[in-house]
Ligand binder design. Structure first.
Ligand code: F6P
Length: 363
């Protein structure tokens, strides 16, 4: 193929490893294939507004370890329902044709869309409209189907585990129950991995609605054994059996408008009221999305970035790079989006956690 031009964008909530993917895309495109690369700023917003920057090896120098994204991101802008301000009022408009126009103004041969479910759903739609799209699976939540792991997840788990380690010492000194609420939307991957890694006593995840009674009983059992403190990790999407998720806000125009948050406080106050043990709640929040990208995510991001450009070169469009077992592979974006990958409640990881005495509040 002749000298191609690749466009790249990062959409959705940012996560560690985005810069490492951008760097790998740019280096591979330039060094391996002699392509040019253009980056669009702030997710789909940049594609709608034609806000872009040429990406060279110089731009991507020194960003391998840096969290965030040098391109900026947005998890509000849906190009098919884009909010336009008119006389002080916002109205929704389908700006997908504008995106396609901007891609052709730059004479871009293929677009690399780096994002989670929302970003890749639009990437699938652009592919169906004729854009040569390739996807890269991003999210700290690790909830994308057809890939073993998304980049950003390992660093988020490290951050959450570090928080649990720190809570242990203060929990022990004050004989308290410490609750840590972690992110993950409607999947419990971060809570489960960090909870096992940090030695949590109770882990509450969306896939296993909990009975408060069981949580209290297990904390009481620990107390009776002479353990004066406990650590409870709660995924933001956890809910009691027969109860509801706790929503912190609704973000209009976001592909996934519901923002979760607050279940940790509910669990904490329920435990304190019933057991009379001092309880404190930490909501880890966006700390999980920031910081230095860990080594595992730097490697995975680099593999994904290289593989995405290889897909472009092979003209395998409509595909998302993925991890199958330990090998990099690819899958159709259409297959990968739409169905969230949840924790298997009968799977080996849950059984492992239960074997070491971790309580999920289910039976
Ligand atoms: O999908 C990543 C994520 O961090 C979720 O874990 C969390 O629920 C959500 O994004 C938070 O979104 P925002 O950055 O809009 O608060």
């Amino acid at each position: 193929m002749g000298n191609k031009k690749i466009g790249v964008m990062t959409g959705g909530g940012d996560c560690p490893g985005l810069n490492a993917v951008i760097r790998a895309v740019v280096k591979t495109a330039i060094r391996k294939y002699d392509y040019e690369v253009v980056g669009f700023r702030d997710g789909y917003r940049g594609l709608v507004k034609n806000d872009y920057m040429p990406l060279t090896e110089r731009n991507v120098s020194g960003i391998l370890d840096r969290g965030g994204t040098i391109l900026g991101s947005s998890n509000r802008d849906n190009p098919f329902k884009f909010l336009i301000e008119k006389n002080g009022q916002f109205e929704e408009r389908d700006m997908s044709e504008r995106v396609i126009e901007n891609i052709s103004i730059h004479e871009i041969d293929a677009m690399v869309f780096i994002g989670g479910d929302g970003t890749l759903t639009s990437a699938r739609d652009f592919y169906n409209m004729g854009v040569n799209a390739v996807g890269v699976p991003k999210t700290i939540d690790n909830d994308l189907s057809y890939t073993e792991t998304t980049f950003g997840f390992a660093t988020a788990v490290d951050t959450a585990t570090d928080a649990i380690d720190k809570l242990h010492s203060t929990a022990e000194s004050h004989h308290r129950v410490m609750i840590l609420e972690v992110m993950g939307r409607s999947a419990g991957w971060i809570a489960l991995h960090a909870g096992i890694a940090g030695g949590a006593d109770v882990i509450l995840i969306p896939e296993i609605p909990y009975k408060l009674d069981n949580v209290v009983k297990s904390l009481q059992r620990r107390k009776n054994l002479g353990k004066s403190f406990s650590i409870v990790v709660v995924a933001e999407g956890a809910k009691p059996e027969g109860g509801d998720i706790v929503v912190s806000k609704i973000v209009e125009n976001s592909p996934d408008p519901v923002r979760l948050g607050g279940i940790g406080n509910k669990v904490g106050s329920d435990i304190e009221t019933i057991m009379g043990i001092e309880t404190r709640v930490t909501v880890l929040g966006h700390l999980q999305r920031g910081g230095r990208t860990n080594a595992a995510d730097r490697v995975l991001s680099t593999r994904y970035g290289v593989a995405a450009v290889d897909l472009v070169h092979a003209e395998k469009f409509g595909q998302m790079v993925c991890l199958k077992g330990s090998e990099i592979s690819s899958v159709s974006i259409a297959d990968a989006v739409g169905t969230i990958k949840n924790v298997d409640v009968d799977g080996e990881l849950i059984r492992t956690a239960k074997s070491v005495g971790i309580e999920f509040g289910a039976e």
